[in-house]
Design a protein around this ligand. Sequence first.
Ligand SMILES: Cc1nc2c(=O)[nH]c(=O)nc-2n(C[C@H](O)[C@H](O)[C@H](O)CO)c1C
Length: 127
Amino acid sequence: MKLSDRLGGHLVSGHVDDTGTITKISHDGNAVVMTIKCPHHLMKYMADKGSVTIDGISLTLFEVDHEEGTFTLNLIPETIERTILGNRSVQDTVNIEADQIIKHIEHLLQHGDLDMTKLSKAGGPHV
Ligand SMILES: Cc1nc2c(=O)[nH]c(=O)nc-2n(C[C@H](O)[C@H](O)[C@H](O)CO)c1C
């Protein structure tokens, strides 16, 4: 793959941050809707329609419930057929890798020279 190629997902490092537990599996047409209980320390990285890696598979966070500490995934037939997620059951443990970009931004905010107040004044995101 070349850097100029179109990405069909997000950047995955393969480093597992922690594990979660599947709490619910239901069906919506030909999609499988899977809810995962996520460790508290990783929930801050979970954003609605953002990215997450489960068992090494690049996925979109369909819904995030910060009060419950869960997120929901919508699995398409290709993912169900071609990956291990198609064989998973309720109570199974899955590997979670949070989105690298959010973790890098957090690191820069804590240890780097990224100042959200300056960014906001320059017309960037409002804080
Ligand atoms: C970003 C993304 N999101 C989803 C998703 O929310 N649900 C899903 O089922 N599949 C997604 N995919 C595609 C999977 O990564 C892909 O189907 C598997 O890696 C198998 O090729 C991708 C790439």
